[in-house]
Design a protein around this ligand. Sequence first.
Ligand code: 7PJ
Length: 291
Amino acid sequence: MAPAALTLGARRFEWGSRTYVMGVVNVTPDSFSDGGRHAGTDAAIAHGLALAESGADLLDVGGESTRPGSLPVSADEELARVIPVIEGLRARTDVPLSVDTTKAAVAREALKAGAHLINDITGFSSDAGLSRVVAEAGAACCLMHIQGTPATMQQAPRYDDVVEDVLAFLEAAILRAESAGIPRGRILLDPGIGFGKTFEHNLFLLRRLPELRVLGLPLLVGTSRKGFLGRLAGGKPASERLAATLGSVASMAALGGADVARVHDVTEARDALAVADAIRRCEDGGTFYAR
Ligand code: 7PJ
């Protein structure tokens, strides 16, 4: 059975009907390179609008880099980056907005400014107040698996059984969310590709994504431009990983792994998913889930 449909703002997500696309809107200092805070804000809003036009079903606004080795930023800095972008997008598009944050203080203001979903890469394991903020706002959340922290996670990732360990972490994350008062129907889960995982862990998890279905909640998966794709493509830098990204996105759709793909390149991902979803759908008569 498919997970219950989710309404976020003006959009309804009917899980199993197709693979939805979350477009990434980064508001980190790299995007401020040409002229300060205001230019960075405007560039991020313009980028988000372009992704919405390209068919993004959801936009994920992030003000803290979580790349391997990156260090945390303060709540004040994150707020200054993210809130004007949420306000700007909220005024100009009805695409639902997600905020990639681990901090209750940022989530509170982001939800006030009109965001619909909090995307916590620590699965409610770092800021005890975050789940309550989401519950009180009646917002949705994406709970991601991570081993360690972004600063240290790639030093020596280790699992007894990566699928079992991710499942156990996500089960505990669901409990944290539910005990704060977030209904199950407003929770998405994410195996956290690249977050405390070796090259082999990433591939193995993607191959076995359908096993995470036992949790009964929609799955969001982010592979876009990640390091394991660069390695598979012969050592390409992030800027040259589009084709490899599309390979991963189409594969996970074909394997039945993901309900939402988190990507930088929305136009291309929508085309790749249209193909993979159509091939998959012709076998099971219109839904990816057993009826
Ligand atoms: C993910 C994310 C992901 C979720 C980032 C990057 C690193 N949130 N935020 N899942 N990745 N839910 O985009 O390379 O995979 S930041």
